[in-house]
Design a protein around this ligand. Structure first.
Ligand code: NI
Ligand code: MN
Length: 224
């Protein structure tokens, strides 16, 4: 699995010949690329409609590439009304198989202008990831981790709009992934956080779990 951090909560994930974008806020202050740089995509996942999660950019990527736009019913329908041809209008707990990639929509505890906030569990043939979206910690993360053994999880650590390092250190204990990538911090002053401190906390309380800290534009090849 190749993961490229596009800043904030935005990632490009390449695995088994599929290209997946999650929350592609490509007009954000920390994005290393623009929509013009994207010429191939298979699946675009958007967790909720707050600007910093890239609904508009995701919609444009789908129009340009023919990728599937996958989100909560109300949000995916909005993309459809705005010209996206391929949409999947999931709701919480629901899954869809897109070219061998199983995408499951899961809960998140946050707010949204359209529908509700969500996270995604994505299972490729070879590996899996969970993108929590914007959320605080919740105890059914343990259930999600049991239902869907996770190779990689993306967790927000910036606090203020989401949980911070203290909550997400506990989230790792519930989810039991192999690798954690922190996100949603240091983009704005109010979400300042120290990822090295988070890494130390996790590696102490969850021995064997690896925390990878990425800078916007960084790519990492992960083998699980
Ligand atoms: Ni949000
Ligand atoms: Mn956000």
């Amino acid at each position: 699995m190749k993961v490229t951090f596009l800043g904030h909560a935005s990632f490009k994930i390449e695995e088994d010949g599929q290209i997946v974008y999650v929350d592609p806020w490509l007009t954000g202050p920390t994005s290393p690329i623009t929509i013009d740089d994207v010429d191939k995509a298979d699946i675009v996942l958007v967790t909720h409609d707050h600007t910093d999660h890239g609904f508009v950019e995701g919609r444009e990527i789908c129009k340009k590439t023919g990728a599937y736009f996958v989100a909560l019913n109300e949000l995916a329908n909005k993309a459809g009304e705005q010209g996206v041809e391929n949409i999947h209008t999931l709701n919480i707990g629901g899954s869809v198989n897109i070219g061998g990639v199983m995408v499951t929509l899961v809960q998140a505890f946050h707010s949204a202008g359209t529908g509700a906030p969500t996270g995604f569990v994505v299972r490729f043939p070879s590996s899996s990831f969970y993108h929590a979206g914007d959320t605080g910690v919740f105890s059914s993360m343990e259930l999600l981790g049991e239902l869907y053994p996770m190779d990689l999880v993306f967790l927000p650590i910036g606090s203020y709009f989401t949980g911070g390092i203290h909550q997400m250190e506990y989230a790792v204990r519930l989810l039991k992934p192999k690798v954690v990538i922190p996100m949603h911090y240091n983009t704005f002053p109010v979400i300042e956080a120290n990822p090295e401190k988070f890494k130390g906390m996790v590696e102490t309380s969850s021995p064997g779990v690896r925390v990878e800290i990425l800078e916007p534009g960084d790519s990492i090849d992960l083998t699980f």
